[in-house]
Write a protein of this length. Structure first.
Lengths: 176, 247
C-alpha cells in the first residue's frame, strides 16, 4: 500500500481501533500497543488481502486476534458466556446517560464482563453490522445478538448505579 | 413475529441508521408501526444506544498515537508496493536535493525539521514510555549510551543533579535518538533527548538554545559537539530554562 494510503488508513481507523483495544485490554498502554501492532501487521501482511473492501474488518479482526494471542500467553481464557452474572436490567433514560460524566460511562463499558465487552464496543462504535461482528469475533450470529443484549443489560445496571437510580425508583426493565 | 422476537432483533439495530437497508430488520421495524408499546421501547433503546455511542466517540485517544503508528509501522512497506516506495524514494531524494540547495542559499529558513522533532519527541513522552534500561545511576546510563551508541552523553549539570529514571533508544527520520528521563518536582519528569547533529543541521554549536512549545510542554534545543541536545518538560519556558547548561 502506498505511503499516502497507509496514512489515510491510519487516520481513518486508529481511533476506533484504539477504543476497541481499550475495551479489550482495559489498559491505555496495552490498547495503544495493540493498535500500533495492528497497523504494523497491516504494513507487513496487508497486501495479502485481496478484497480491499474488507480492510476495516481485517484491521479489527487482526487486533482482536492479537489481543487473544497475548491473553492466552497470560492466562487461560475463560468463556464468560457461561459464567456471566444474570442481571435484571434497569431503566436508565438516555437523557441521564447523556449527562453522565464521560469517565463514568467509559469505566462502565470497561467493567463489563469480558464476553460482552468486545461485541458491545464494536456495536457502539457503529462501524460494523452484527453479522460483521460475528465474523470478526468468530462466533455465531445468535451469540452476538445475545451478548449485545445481555451486555446492554449489564451496562444499564452499572450506569443506573452510577446515576444513583435504584430498582425501586426505576420499576425495573425487561429487554426480552 | 411477536414483540419479544422483534425486541431481540431490534437490539442490534444501530442507532446511526447504518442498518436501514438490511432486510434482517424489515419485519421487526414494521412491527413497531403496529405496536405502540414496541415503538416506544425501540425509541428509548435507540436513544440509549446513541447516548452510549456518543460517549464512546468522545473517549480520548492518546496524543501522538497516530505519529507513533506512522513512525513504527510505516517503515514496513508491503512487498506489493515496493516499486512505489522506490519511486517515492527517488522523489524524496529530489526533494532532499532541493532542500539542501535551499538551505545553502538561505540558511535561516532551514528550521523545518526542529518543530517536527520537538512535536514527535513530546508526543512520545506525553505517556511515560517503557524504558530500555531503568536505573537511578546516571553513570550506568552514560555507560549504556557509550556502549550502545558509541558517544559520551553530557547532561547539563542542573539536569544531572536530578535523580535519573532510565533511558531508551529511539529513532527520528533514520537517526538514532537517545532519551534519558529524570525525576523533577512532584511526580513529573524532565526528558533529555540527544540526536546526531546531522538530523538537525541548522543548529550550530555556540548558538543560544531554541525554545518551542508543544501544548503544555516546552522544549529547548541546542547543538553541542556532534549532537543536538533537547530538554523537554511539562511546563513553561522558565521550567525548562532552569535545566539549561547556562542556568
Amino acid at each position: 500500500m502506498a505511503a499516502l494510503d497507509f496514512e489515510r488508513l491510519v487516520e481513518d481507523y486508529y481511533m476506533p481501533l484504539y477504543r476497541f483495544a481499550l475495551s479489550l485490554s482495559r489498559k491505555e498502554s496495552d490498547a495503544a500497543d495493540l493498535t500500533q501492532q495492528t497497523f504494523f501487521l497491516w504494513a507487513s501482511k496487508g497486501h495479502q488481502l485481496r478484497d480491499k473492501s474488507k480492510v476495516k474488518t481485517w484491521l479489527f479482526t487482526s487486533l482482536y486476534r492479537e489481543f487473544l494471542g497475548r491473553k492466552r500467553q497470560q492466562d487461560r481464557f475463560v468463556d464468560a458466556e457461561s459464567t456471566a452474572e444474570v442481571i435484571s436490567a434497569q431503566a436508565i433514560p438516555a437523557t441521564v446517560v447523556d449527562q453522565l460524566d464521560g469517565d463514568i460511562v467509559q469505566r462502565a463499558l470497561l467493567d463489563l464482563d469480558e464476553a460482552f465487552r468486545a461485541p458491545l464496543t464494536l456495536f457502539y462504535l457503529q462501524q460494523h453490522s452484527y453479522k460483521e461482528i460475528a465474523e470478526m469475533l468468530e462466533i455465531p450470529i445468535g451469540t452476538v445478538m445475545s451478548r449485545i443484549s445481555r451486555g446492554k443489560d449489564q451496562l444499564r445496571k452499572v450506569l443506573a448505579e452510577s446515576a444513583g437510580l435504584r430498582n425501586s425508583d426505576s420499576g425495573g426493565r425487561t429487554n426480552g | 413475529m411477536d414483540e419479544q422476537q422483534a425486541r431481540l432483533i431490534l437490539q442490534v439495530y444501530r442507532s446511526g441508521g447504518q442498518d436501514q437497508n438490511d432486510p434482517h430488520f424489515f419485519a421487526a421495524l414494521q412491527e413497531t408501526e403496529r405496536n405502540p408499546q414496541l415503538a416506544q421501547w425501540f425509541a428509548d433503546e435507540q436513544a440509549f444506544d446513541q447516548a452510549i455511542a456518543d460517549h464512546l466517540e468522545r473517549m480520548p485517544v492518546p496524543f501522538g498515537l497516530e505519529t507513533r503508528i506512522l513512525a513504527n509501522a510505516g517503515r514496513t512497506e508491503s512487498r506489493a508496493s515496493r516499486w512505489l516506495v522506490g519511486l517515492a524514494t527517488v522523489a524524496a531524494l529530489l526533494f532532499l536535493c532541493a532542500q539542501i540547495i535551499s538551505i545553502w542559499r538561505n540558511p535561516t529558513s532551514a528550521a523545518g525539521a526542529l518543530p517536527d522533532y520537538s512535536r514527535e519527541m513530546v508526543s512520545f513522552v506525553r505517556i511515560p514510555p517503557p524504558l530500555d534500561m531503568e536505573t537511578n545511576d546516571l553513570g550506568k546510563i552514560q555507560g549504556w549510551v557509550a556502549q550502545k551508541k558509541r558517544f559520551s552523553v553530557v547532561a547539563p549539570p542542573a539536569l544531572a543533579s536530578l535523580e535519573p529514571v532510565g533511558c531508551r533508544a529511539l529513532s527520528f527520520r533514520g537517526h538514532d535518538v537517545t532519551l534519558i528521563c529524570f525525576h523533577r518536582d512532584g511526580n513529573r519528569l524532565a526528558h533529555l533527548f540527544v540526536v546526531d547533529r546531522a538530523a538537525l543541521p541548522q543548529l550550530k554549536p555556540g548558538q543560544r538554545p531554541i525554545f518551542s512549545t508543544v501544548g503544555e510542554w516546552t522544549t529547548a534545543s541546542w547543538a553541542q559537539g556532534g549532537h543536538v541536545y533537547m530538554i523537554t518538560v511539562q511546563g513553561d519556558r522558565a521550567a525548562v530554562q532552569s535545566y539549561l547548561p547556562s542556568a
